[in-house]
Write a protein that binds this ligand. Structure first.
Ligand code: 6PG
Length: 245
């Protein structure tokens, strides 16, 4: 597996490093008139990255050929403070010049089971296929303290190998329903980027990087079939990696 680890000296520097890489990826594709399909995650770390993109790269990136999807969504209305789309729209999408048709949100306000089916169809209609699965150019993932990613929690490990594009998951603590991409779709992407900050994540980061495929952490099973896995870490989240580097 092709794996890259990038460590930045602080979360702000990490956010800028991430934003620079994403803007270069998009502008390079745009120069070749290539459509890019990108799936975003929610959470505070992705929010930081998207804020830097929205505040500083809105006018230096050509967004017209980019399509944004979501890795997962909480089953709440888009105006809810919990909404991953609502967060991204506020800190990022509302600040860039992108056609509305290029924004493919998960409708958190709808029946979760029906939305999982509908969204699977929307993804199929708007992305190319590879290995008989939807192919994303980039999937941006966060990492939970329990080793979850997307909304694939330790208790939902079967979602890693589901034959569906999207499934309904349940947060183990809040019991909140989520619609999430499944593991096989995530692993089919060209570029998978984990963005992780904070010393509280150092242990789970080092465990996963040291032991890909350990049963406790769903994120440990994110291993691209044909693409590249990149870990974007700040120095705190990477602080236990020095022992293994
Ligand atoms: C979500 C995310 C989830 C998140 C991680 C990390 O909907 O919450 O998709 O996978 O990215 O839990 O979140 P933090 O960066 O806030 O720790």
């Amino acid at each position: 597996m092709n794996k890259v680890i990038k460590i930045s000296p602080g979360q702000t520097e990490l956010a800028w490093d991430f934003a620079r890489e994403i803007s270069e990826l998009i502008n390079s594709a745009d120069s070749r008139k290539k459509t890019l399909n990108i799936a975003l995650s929610g959470g505070t770390t992705p929010k930081l990255m998207l804020s830097v993109l929205g505040d500083n790269f809105a006018d230096t990136v050509s967004w017209k050929n980019v399509h944004f999807f979501w890795v997962d969504e909480r089953c709440v209305p888009p105006g809810d403070s919990e909404s991953n789309f609502g967060m991204a729209n506020k800190v990022f999408l509302d600040k860039i010049n992108i056609p509305a048709k290029n924004i493919h949100r998960i409708r958190g306000e709808k029946n979760p089971e029906k939305e999982a089916v509908r969204y699977s169809g929307e993804i199929s209609r708007h992305t190319p296929q590879l290995n008989n699965l939807p192919f994303f150019d980039l999937i941006v993932l966060g990492l939970g303290l329990d080793g979850h990613t997307a909304s694939i929690f330790p208790g939902n490990i079967e979602l890693l190998n589901s034959d569906k594009i999207c499934e309904v998951a349940v947060h183990p603590v809040s019991q909140q329903k989520r619609v999430t991409l499944t593991g096989r779709v995530i692993n089919n992407a060209e570029n998978i980027i984990f963005i992780v900050t904070g010393v509280n994540k150092a242990e789970v980061v080092s465990e996963i990087i040291k032991n890909p495929g350990i049963v406790d952490y769903p994120a440990a099973f994110i291993e691209p079939t044909n693409g590249v896995l990149k870990w974007y870490l700040d120095d705190d989240a990477a602080s236990l990696l020095n022992q293994w580097a």
